[in-house]
Design a protein around this ligand. Structure first.
Ligand SMILES: Cc1cc2nc3c(=O)[nH]c(=O)nc-3n(C[C@H](O)[C@H](O)[C@H](O)COP(=O)(O)OP(=O)(O)OC[C@H]3O[C@@H](n4cnc5c(N)ncnc54)[C@H](O)[C@@H]3O)c2cc1C
Length: 231
């Protein structure tokens, strides 16, 4: 398949019911003589909750947002992309195994959008076909899937379930929405952020590129949106 707007396919399957109130509760508990359940039982205006939450987050008290957990299903992403995603150590993953699931027949792969000319695309597809044939031959000759997969390219698609808390989601957005991040993980992160913001528009101010938050760029290769400050 050629990469297009449909991919990656991302669904938010679990999200906290009341994240603002949960974070507010975490913040208030730190500064209140009341029991936390008493704070929880009170109705508080969203604006008031947001004011405190913003103040606490500005002061760097980020453990308060770790109470909000999100679960996504992701498919139609390359192994090149998932390899980058799994570098995020506060995310939990369950990914389709290339040991237990064989890729017989033409395996699903993605063509990057930079492959534009018909000649190059034809060559690319031809190579994928050749790999698939050789992979199949290995499986038929009794090579275990865990070894036959050695020939599968980074372009092979994968599926996974991933969970992360809001603190890590913000960190992921800060790093992976940047133009210096690879286009596929950038697209994936944008979709993940979009699904959360759809439910909780107030989170839009946090699910941003780090330069939007910092007011400067600390990347070695800057896109020029903000003045560069490389330490
Ligand atoms: C544009 C871009 C280019 C990249 N290029 C490369 C590359 O060429 N090669 C490469 O190998 N990687 C590369 N990476 C991956 C990068 O080095 C990180 O591994 C990845 O972004 C995960 O980030 P993290 O470690 O901050 O976050 P997470 O693992 O998500 O952790 C979040 C935060 O928790 C804290 N933390 C987590 N674990 C520890 C720990 N063990 N000790 C102390 N604090 C911890 C840190 O504050 C960390 O920032 C790139 C990433 C980006 C965004």
């Amino acid at each position: 398949m050629t990469e297009n707007n449909k991919f990656p396919i991302v669904h938010l399957i679990n999200a906290p019911e009341n994240p603002l109130k949960t974070i507010y509760l975490a913040c208030r508990t730190c500064y209140s003589a009341q029991y936390p359940h008493e704070i929880w039982e009170k109705d508080v205006e969203p604006e008031k909750m947001l004011k405190l939450v913003r103040k606490v987050l500005q002061s760097g008290h980020h453990s308060t947002i770790e109470h909000c957990q999100y679960t996504f299903t992701i498919s139609g992403v390359t192994r090149a992309c998932t390899h980058q995603l799994v570098r995020h150590r506060h995310m939990s993953f369950s990914q389709k195994s290339q040991r237990y699931v064989t890729e017989q027949g033409q395996f699903e792969y993605i063509t990057p959008p930079t492959i534009k000319t018909p000649e190059l695309k034809q060559e690319y597809d031809g190579l994928m076909e050749q790999i698939a044939k050789f992979y199949d031959r290995m499986i038929e000759q009794g090579i275990p899937a865990e070894d036959a997969r050695f020939v599968l390219p980074n372009a092979t698609t994968s599926s996974l379930v991933t969970s992360l808390n809001l603190r890590e989601m913000i960190h992921l957005a800060n790093l992976r929405l940047c133009v210096n991040a690879q286009h596929e993980i950038r697209k994936l992160t944008k979709k993940m952020c979009g699904l959360i913001i759809e439910k909780e528009p107030w989170l839009a101010e946090y699910l941003v590129i780090k330069c939007d938050k910092q007011g400067y760029c600390d990347e070695i290769k800057s896109c020029g949106r903000f003045p560069q400050q490389v330490k």
